[in-house]
Write a protein that binds this ligand. Sequence first.
Ligand code: 5AD
Ligand code: SF4
Length: 476
Amino acid sequence: MDSLLGKSFYIKTYGCQMNVYDSEKVAAMLQNEGMVQTEEHQTADVIILNTCHIRDRARHKVYTELGFLKKNKEKRLKDGKCCVIAVGGCVAQAEGGEIFKNAPFVDVVFGTQTYHQLPAMLDQAVQYSYKKSWQRNVLTNRKKEQVINIDFTSENKMDYMPMFRSIDGSEFLAIQEGCNKFCTYCVVPYTRGMEVSRPADLVLKEARAMADAGIKSITLLGQNVNAYRGLAPGAAGPGEETWNFSRLLYAVAEIPGVERIFYTSSHPLNVDLDLMKAHAEIPALIPFVHLPIQSGSNDVLRKMNRKHTAEEYIDIIEKFREYTPHIAFASDFIVGFPGETEKNFEETLALVEKVRFAQAFSFKYSRRPGTAAYNMVDQIDEAVKVERLRILQDLLQQHQIHFNKQSIGQVVPVAFQKHGKFQNQVIGKSKYMQSVVVSNINPAEFLHSIRLIKIKGATLSSLEGVVEQSAQLQSA
Ligand code: 5AD
Ligand code: SF4
């Protein structure tokens, strides 16, 4: 793909960790084509937005950004420079060619399952960009010379992806994608497709490549990781032996160099005894589970099509705690789902009081076109949603601060991944995925290692620590 050689690209990622992982793969692929990544869109020949569609606000952000990018494109074209704009990910999957109607200056639309074809699509778009007609029409409504592919192809894009870029890249490893559960509020089954698990040998190969590069802490990713059913190593194809999620966890934990494993996101319906035992038996598996419940009301859970009750969820939590007493939980909540009464909302607060989450993400319900809940009667007033979210977040935050403060005075292993805001500062993760900030050190000594840190302070969002002198050279 000669036209891409030496061209620069900028990639902006919205939404979840799966998108971060996808962007990393796209960037690696484009580098393999001889392109150069830049951190500034103003200087990029190709601009890629990897988008999120989960709530209306996320979609909105993309169109706001495209408004800015139009101005940038006008300027670059005036200066005689290349400026190809590609929109990919979940908004692209959901809206397809509509994006060209709303933003005619966009050149490429690619879906969540076609990004392995992006180099070929960009190659075509960059070649078009040299044509006089393209330069005349590019900012206005045009029909020709736009490239789109949002198919759900039979080939698995992950089989075409470069393995792993560098130790400074992300620590995410996708093991599974898509969802068959069709919660009535959620676009994921439409934007990501049905559940597909990567074969275990591919997952293990990527995990080994990461460990060999010095990554000690790996986050296994998927929309429903514990629904994992990948082909067992050596299995020839469909119908052959598969591994469940726990089996995969044991195998990843055996890889030399893998010291810490986290996974997200999991689903209550797919939690089994094997997973609870895995937490008790695998030292590298951190005692922290992200297990979304969405609501504490059985009425709402039924309308959401969650297929489990609040009591069943609490049973799961209690069982996990029997196997691993120090385990902690995170969850996701939606307030203001259609028909949610004050009593239903109070049931959510009661569940939160009972479980006491270490961390949580909470959202106002957002009506998504194409989902079953979109047309439900009894949509809740915005003001009520705002108030319920405030009350819920207040409570969740109290618990989170309380949980964080329990760490003060303890010496804990922290996995360091990135520089802090200030020089001589690093940020890492505790085994409960709390951010831990350590200052006045030499970052090079800390990055990509797991060190024992004494926790001195705690806020809602992070812990502050210092190197524990007596444990300075140990890793945990
Ligand atoms: N409105 C609000 N929140 C949503 N989520 C998914 N769909 C919606 C929606 N329509 C939330 C859920 C999910 C998280 C990833 O996003 O809590 O677990
Ligand atoms: Fe969406 Fe429900 Fe699937 Fe999670 S389980 S991705 S909320 S449909």
